[in-house]
Design a binder for this molecule. Structure first.
Ligand SMILES: C[S@@+](CC[C@H](N)C(=O)[O-])C[C@H]1O[C@@H](n2cnc3c(N)ncnc32)[C@H](O)[C@@H]1O
Length: 273
């Protein structure tokens, strides 16, 4: 039971905390604007990379996407074009007022009826919830019996979206959070190994160096966030991710590994019948 078990609507609503943390995100890439000022965190450059790996992994677990889908912490819904044709209805919510959402809502206080979704997706959100267990319990509550949660979290990843960054998960920690909420954990996969992680940190170092250069040149915008440059910095890794997963097979049978050193983890969990 959670504090929102008595929610009386399954239509998206505006929660009282609608303004959440007051951030907005513009839709060109994932660079953020906070109070009208470009968000200069160099880790913004990196946000392209987990997305590439997550996209590859989602394709491998695509069969569990059915019926009415909740994207909880949807952000700018980077995977929507892919999952929308697989399901009957999409409800996309986030704590921040981002264009294109169905509603504002916190993942740990969902304004939906019990058992009102067949599928819930939460990619790179639970580290931003100050109580990930509550997000897991809320997801469990709004899923129908037999429904699936698809969740991804970072493990070895810089602090980002500060100060709203509260946790990192080992694969065992993620599985424990899911089991404690009542889920059957069907699979947990690693988001790459040391090579991907190392090259990721390389991109971060390069971004920081570029931003330092930008400051010296008194540029208004962080150099690493210039759209073209940002994509160029990440291109080698994005290609490596695509090639790596494709070489390991298409769709079925891809081995994502059990890596203990990884950017993050992906999990599929089922609410028992
Ligand atoms: C790293 S972004 C991920 C966004 C998107 N799921 C993706 O994969 O690109 C984290 C998102 O979680 C949202 N968020 C943070 N705390 C939240 C909460 N308690 N409930 C719902 N969303 C939250 C943020 O506003 C942000 O859009």
């Amino acid at each position: 039971m959670t504090e929102t078990t008595n929610a009386t609507t399954d239509a998206p609503t505006q929660p009282a905390e609608a303004t959440a943390n007051g951030r907005v995100r513009h839709r060109q890439g994932k660079a953020r604007i906070r109070d009208g000022v470009p968000y200069s965190d160099p880790t913004s450059t990196l946000s392209l990379l987990p997305g590439a790996a997550i996209g590859e992994w989602l394709a491998d677990v695509g069969d569990v996407f059915t019926g009415r889908l909740l994207d909880a912490g949807a952000g700018n819904q980077p995977y929507r074009d892919w999952y929308e044709p697989k399901v009957d209805q999409v409800v996309a919510v986030d704590a921040a007022p981002i264009e294109g959402l169905s509603a504002l809502a916190f993942a740990n206080r969902l304004p939906f009826r019990d058992a009102s979704f067949d599928t819930v997706l939460s990619t790179q959100v639970w580290e931003h919830v100050d109580d990930a267990g509550a997000a897991a319990r809320e997801t469990f509550r709004v899923l129908r019996p037999g429904g699936h949660l698809i969740v991804t979290v970072p493990f070895f990843y810089p602090t980002h979206e500060a100060p709203y960054d509260y946790a990192r998960f080992t694969r065992y920690g993620l599985a424990a959070v899911l089991r404690n909420a009542g889920f059957e954990v069907e699979r947990v996969d690693a988001q790459g190994g040391p090579l991907l992680l190392g090259s990721h940190m390389g991109v971060l170092a390069l971004s920081q160096a570029l931003n330092a250069l930008g400051r010296l040149l008194r540029l208004k915008r962080p150099l690493s966030l210039l759209p073209g440059l940002r994509h160029l910095l990440c291109l080698p890794q994005q290609l490596a991710i695509a090639v790596r997963y494709r070489l390991r097979g298409t769709r079925r049978g891809i081995r994502f590994g059990s890596g203990l050193v990884s950017l993050g983890y992906f999990a599929v969990a089922r609410k028992p019948d």
